[in-house]
Design a protein around this ligand. Sequence first.
Ligand SMILES: [Fe+2]
Ligand SMILES: [Fe+2]
Length: 254
Amino acid sequence: MQTSDNDHQTTDRAAAADTLMLTTVNAETDHERTFALTYLRDGDRLLLTAEPGLDWHRDLFAHPMVSVAIGAETFGAVAVPAEDGSTVALERSGPEDAEVDNLADLLVHVHTWLRSQLRHVRAEADVYFAARAAHDGPGDAPKPGLGLQLRQHCLAFCQSLEFHHTHEDHMFPAIEGDHPHLREAIDRLRSEHRTVARIQGELAALLSDIGSADPAAFSTELDRLSEELTAHLDYEEEALIPVLAEIPFPPTAA
Ligand SMILES: [Fe+2]
Ligand SMILES: [Fe+2]
């Protein structure tokens, strides 16, 4: 059952132990919307009962990253719908809380998480395509839902990366203004953001039909993304850490 955030009853429902508030990004408008939903725990995951066609369920295919609130706790998660649409698993995701004193710490913390997510998607892609290849031969059929799982994780990673780069693009003019000697480096970083975005777009096109995606094409795009992104993260840290280390985070009152 779903209840929109316009319904005052949702606040009371969210206080119950078996109810959470799920914030999705509307697949049609790109605006956030919140639903109160009941859930079950399945190890580290939370399971929602679903029906294809529900508003929140449709949103998850366009935007797998969601925000979950249970009582006073809020965290990011990746939503992985079951192939038959009957359930959705919410897997906690996003950088863990860490000791961060300045913007350099924050940059390294987010980059470390992005590197780990990239390795995770690579490993999952290898498992998925190996299972598909085995299915063509004498081996077992791929586990149902494996393709959808890869699609959701890969899309969530790409959207988190896009969010990070958009945030940096907004921050660059202020850094250039204060540190004119970094203009050339920042031009290079902007250009690398555009290159990474182009490859992400190509990967997203392959993800739209993961069941028939060409493994070689997918693997090539993922390798390109990995190579370009790793070089970009390394260069960005080398160029910006000295100045970002001087900027306290969280910001201190003036
Ligand atoms: Fe960047
Ligand atoms: Fe970055």
